[in-house]
Ligand binder design. Sequence first.
Ligand code: PNS
Length: 161
Amino acid sequence: MKVRAIYPGSFDPVTNGHVYIAERAAAIFDEVIVSVLVNERKNAAFSVGERCGMAEEALKHVSNIKIDSFNGLLVDYARQKDASVIIRGLRAMSDFEYEFQMALMNRQLAPEIETFFIVTDPKYSYVSSSSVREIFHFGGTVENVVPLVVFEKLKERYKLC
Ligand code: PNS
């Protein structure tokens, strides 16, 4: 039986840390769907279309990864996609409390779906989408922590050369 996993997130934008987790997940599961949250309330820097496009480009080298977007409850979406696993990346202990609570909440909602944690590479342990946006905005270097497509998009978005 093929196991399909969902790797959900805001991906605003996708970072090398996300790419690393998606690649690791794809080496374990038959199919991984990287699913971008459509969250109208959150002040996203990039549209869902842009976030999906960047993830698509950044992960096109992995044949069993697909990119999609979702709205509403994650477990409903996972059921709809016939996925039995939710992937989440862990960077540090500080991630754990939120992730633990989310995993337990999702299990209570959908006991048949397993949350699977993948620990990041230490070189990405400090990388987050929000810090990437802020560092880039104030002229810092983010080239080493985001895929090229994201770096280009950041330049376009913040009109820098
Ligand atoms: O990249 P993020 O912002 O940490 O991802 C969070 C995400 C998208 C996984 C989470 O907010 C989510 O699943 N949202 C969908 C709504 C939902 O199911 N909420 C209940 C989770 S306890």
